[in-house]
Design a protein around this ligand. Structure first.
Ligand code: SAH
Length: 460
């Protein structure tokens, strides 16, 4: 470590800045955003900044201009740079001459600013571009509302310190908050819930009750490609104690779950209905009540034919904290992969997401999808292909309407078959095993597979 990082209080004094170029202006803007007072030595005609935090001096600085200053930044060019450096050095005021490492007693880092939470990244001045890249990587890791969380914790700190005297108790308390429902509420923008949760936990802690509170994340894992997980899903997965997953969750996705987390399969196996929804609900609730961070991991999106709605109702009723993390539903993942636009100007103005298979086994009503400008996406489509074909044709769709069956979309072995609506069962037979989607509508003609087949036909 060549430089020691500290954070300066901008209220402690003024910053002296000299120079008129881009570098000085960028620094001045940054200082203003931190609420700092700036004495800027610059030719007034160059100044684009208007803030009552900035005093403009249209002249060269003199030594007494450093009175009461807490840092000096110069990009004025010699001899002013050298002069400022010498004065600051003599008075032990930190000084930075831009792009002159030999004239710097401090350097400025790349900054991630999330309100109360600030991350500063430095490379000791060696590689500013690398610092910026590291900053981008950290940006994606930090929840957007982390600053709000810090603020809430700040509000409670004194009260908690008063109630929990031992440092160890306090540390454990804050760990519970940061890992638990209070933080989740705050990160979801629900400050009131976060406050209530902290109040409740503080009361428990004051009474000497155990602190740990469970939480359930109902997480959409997307259609199969692990790179299609959301950042929020990934974060929850890496924080989990136990994961309940179903048959649509690929091994590549499971690999992203925290190594030490327990993995419980609750999906259906071929010819077997699995453990059943009620049993799943019960196990999830039990784990959360035991204080675990539970992930309910589902293929696609939890609220699209995923029974996430039912699970939420159970948790609500049981008073268990939960967070819903959306996923890319297979219709969207498959459409993107197949280059098949679901809407298109003048060709498709509506998308219907339906299931080919209904729990009550009764025939679905297809009359609502007769409009030729509707793209129909049927989930659970492989076995249901004849039903979809008959239903749509009976409802009035042209038997020649383009249709696609997309199986195992976004996975390594994904496969697509395209043809006419009246040939749907044959298309379904071409793609092999599921999971698979059926897409019916004009825009199938624009998909990569359709164009590929067309080119083959023409060549033949
Ligand atoms: N919640 C899921 C859907 C669950 S229902 C989602 O939002 O995608 C199960 C059906 O989803 C399957 O029968 C199939 O129609 C569809 N499906 C899920 N993953 C798929 C994939 N990778 N490729 C094609 N279809 C998929």
């Amino acid at each position: 470590m060549r430089f020691f990082p500290i954070f300066l209080d901008p209220a402690a004094g003024a910053f002296v800045v000299a120079g008129s170029g881009e570098a000085s202006e960028a620094k001045v803007r940054l200082l203003i955003s931190a609420g700092a007072h700036v004495r800027w030595f610059v030719a007034a005609r160059h100044v684009q900044v208007d803030s009552n935090l900035v005093a403009i001096f249209d002249r060269a600085p003199v030594e007494s201009d450093l009175d009461g200053s807490i840092a000096v930044i110069s990009a004025a060019g010699d001899p002013i740079d050298g002069q400022l450096y010498a004065w600051a050095k003599a008075r032990n005021i930190p000084v930075n001459v831009v792009d002159r490492p030999e004239l710097c007693t401090f350097i400025t880092p790349a900054i991630i600013d999330r309100g109360e939470v600030v991350v500063a990244v430095g490379t000791s001045g060696s590689a500013p571009v690398l610092a910026r890249r590291i900053r981008e990587q950290i940006e994606t890791l930090l929840p957007a509302r982390i600053g709000e969380l810090a603020e809430i914790i700040g509000h409670w700190r004194a009260r908690v310190a008063k109630k929990l005297r031992a440092v160890r108790d306090r540390r454990r308390f804050w760990e519970q908050i940061i890992d638990g429902p209070a933080a989740q509420a705050s990160l979801s923008g629900k400050a009131n819930d976060a406050d209530a949760s902290i109040a409740k936990l503080l009361k428990q802690a004051g009474n000497g009750e155990p602190l740990r509170e469970g939480i359930v994340h109902i997480v959409g894992a997307g259609p199969g490609d692990p790179d299609l997980l959301t950042i929020k899903a990934l974060r929850a997965m890496q924080d989990a104690d136990i994961v309940f997953y179903d048959e649509l969750v690929t091994p590549e996705i499971l690999e992203r779950v925290r190594r030490d987390a327990e993995r419980v399969f609750v999906g259906k196996k071929r010819g077997d209905h699995g453990v059943g929804q009620e049993e799943i609900n019960r196990r999830i609730a039990d784990a959360a009540r035991a204080g675990q961070r539970v992930i309910r991991l589902k293929g696609g999106d939890p609220f699209v034919f995923g029974r996430g709605g039912e699970e939420v109702e159970v948790l609500r009723e049981a008073g268990i904290a939960y967070v819903i993390v959306p996923g890319i539903t297979s219709a969207l993942g498959c459409a993107a992969e197949a280059e098949l636009p679901l809407t298109f100007r003048n060709e498709s103005t509506r998308v219907a997401i339906v299931t080919a298979h209904r729990a009550d086994q009764s025939a679905a009503d297809w009359t609502g999808f007769a409009d030729p400008l509707t793209t129909v996406v049927a989930y659970m489509g492989l076995a249901g292909a004849p039903k979809v074909r008959d239903g749509l044709i009976l409802a009035g769709r042209d038997p020649a309407t383009p249709a696609a069956v997309i199986a195992r979309g976004t996975r390594k072995d994904s496969q697509t078959a395209v043809g006419r609506l009246d040939a749907l069962p044959a298309l379904a037979a071409q793609v092999g095993k599921g999971p698979a989607l059926i897409v019916v509508g004009q825009t199938v003609r624009r998909s990569a597979k359709w164009l590929e087949e067309l080119a083959k036909e023409r060549a033949a």
